[in-house]
Design a protein around this ligand. Structure first.
Ligand SMILES: [Ca+2]
Ligand SMILES: [Ca+2]
Length: 230
């Protein structure tokens, strides 16, 4: 019976490992009068005077830089923001390489496009000034990059070329600033970064507690049995 006791301990340890393997929030920036991440480092604003009590108003050419040290090819990013225009050709949303190249995530006219790798489809669009939630993720095991707008699946593509791997030497993600002149103006309410590709898989506390308690109950039953048989 003692072996079973250790098996149960191992089972609980395995649950712990599997919970940790799910995507975890590594940074959340709400820009509510502060650049602090909770958790996370301070965001860097090009023009700090654009910060108000609910978010950051960025003019064309001014953006947000966030340190994501340790994150490279597997991540999820969720951003709540609006753009002042939905008819400006390309407007850069995210650069993954320190704004070194043209490749990256853009709004193109009134829809979302990854230049130049994603499908060019406009099934889901946005309006000027509309508050929207954009989620993108990259899975390092399959190189799949996916995008969702207001919980609608937009598209995914095979990023074997690593265009969306975070390769900035200073490990920054850059938002709303382009390598050329494709700079939007708008408002960002919040940005979240997760260290896994599926931000939906973050195990909520009740589920974690349920798993833990289930394991604990099993262990207690085994211990009881062990005592009876020893
Ligand atoms: Ca560009
Ligand atoms: Ca906010």
């Amino acid at each position: 019976m003692r072996n079973n006791y250790f098996q149960a301990l191992g089972f609980i340890a395995a649950i712990g490992v599997s919970v940790n393997a799910n995507a975890a929030l590594i940074g959340q920036w709400d820009f509510n009068g502060s650049v602090a991440g909770t958790p996370g480092n301070d965001a860097v604003l090009s023009a700090p005077t654009g910060l108000d009590t609910s978010g950051y108003n960025f003019d064309s050419g001014n953006g947000v830089a966030i340190n994501v040290a340790g994150i490279t090819d597997t991540y999820a990013i969720e951003m709540q923001f609006s753009l002042d225009s939905n008819d400006s050709g390309y407007q850069r949303l995210i650069s993954f390489d320190g704004i070194a190249e043209d490749y990256g995530l853009y709004a193109y006219d009134n829809y979302i496009y990854f230049y130049d790798a994603s499908p060019d489809i406009d099934n889901f669009t946005f309006s000027a000034g509309e508050a929207m939630t954009l989620k993108v993720s990259r899975d390092g095991s399959t190189d799949t990059f996916s995008a969702y707008l207001n919980d609608n699946f937009l598209w995914d593509f095979d990023d074997s070329s690593n265009l969306a791997v975070i390769t900035d030497p200073s490990q920054m993600l850059n938002f709303f600033v382009d390598d050329g002149s494709e700079n939007p103006s708008g408002f960002v309410d919040s940005i979240k970064v997760f260290d896994g590709n599926d931000n939906a898989s973050t195990v909520p506390v009740p589920a974690t507690m349920y798993l833990f308690l289930t394991g604990l109950l099993g262990l207690m039953r085994l211990r009881k049995k062990t005592r009876e048989h020893s």
